[in-house]
Design a protein around this ligand. Structure first.
Ligand SMILES: O=C(CO)[C@@H](O)[C@H](O)COP(=O)(O)O
Length: 228
């Protein structure tokens, strides 16, 4: 079965002083969705951006905004992100007191919903919620920072989740996040992923030397995906 591949630049690695332009440029380079990392300095040891920034970006782009919540507690911020224009909201099961309730809250707010798994989080959290998921996000690094190295064991986890998605018969996106680059994106796709978060690989590309750096790196990723 052929899969549609989506490239999701993580704006965590963008230049925050010109974020609107960064989003416009990176979508124009041929990427598909904006990955928006929300960190609270509690669930993860870093602090990033919230609903106000999402609201400011919404008029700048028509692109799908995929909000990855690395916050605890999770429920009270969900309506704010929905109002701010998020299209998808994902959260970590360990950060929710009631996973089914949190998924329902996201859906009631009008967004698509997904669960995120850290490298050592058990897939058993999927057991009773597959019918409610639009996306499963597998972290291939421990959450909190861009620019980390891809953890190879993630490939086995991707294969296991791909089997579960195919068995479900549902159209659930399988996103992989952390250390995804030109030189491993094809391997990640072959394992079963269809949506690829890339932060440092895109926004860090040839920063000072190549004015078309996003186009260059995104084209290289697409060329790798075309081989799968
Ligand atoms: O959520 C996270 C980190 O917690 C990721 O979205 C990273 O920001 C991806 O960055 P790279 O590994 O691609 O630099």
């Amino acid at each position: 079965m052929s899969r549609q591949f989506r490239i999701a630049p993580s704006i965590l690695s963008a230049n925050f002083a010109k974020l609107g332009q960064e989003v416009t440029d990176v979508i124009a380079s041929g990427t598909d969705i904006i990955h928006f990392d929300v960190m609270d300095n509690h669930y993860v040891p870093n602090l990033t951006i919230g609903p106000l920034v999402c609201e400011s970006l919404r008029p700048v782009t028509n692109a799908f905004i995929d909000v990855h919540l690395m916050v605890k507690p999770v429920d009270r911020i969900i309506p704010d992100f929905a109002k701010a224009g998020a299209n998808m909201i994902t959260f970590h099961p360990e950060a929710s007191e009631h996973i089914d309730r949190t998924l329902a809250l996201i859906k009631e707010s009008g967004c698509k919903a997904g669960l995120v798994f850290n490298p050592a989080t058990s897939l058993s959290y999927l057991d009773h919620v597959m019918d409610k998921l639009d996306m499963i996000l597998l972290m291939s690094v421990n959450p909190g920072f861009g620019g980390q190295k891809f953890i190879p064991e993630t490939l086995n986890k991707i294969r296991a989740v791909r089997q579960r998605i195919d068995a479900s018969g549902r159209d659930i996106w399988l996103e992989v996040d952390g250390g995804v680059k030109v030189d491993n994106i094809a391997e990640v796709a072959r394992a079963g992923a269809d949506t690829f978060v890339a932060g440092s690989a895109i926004f860090g590309a040839a920063k000072d030397t190549d004015p078309n750096r996003y186009d260059t790196v995104v084209a290289a990723m697409r060329a790798e995906l075309a081989k799968v």
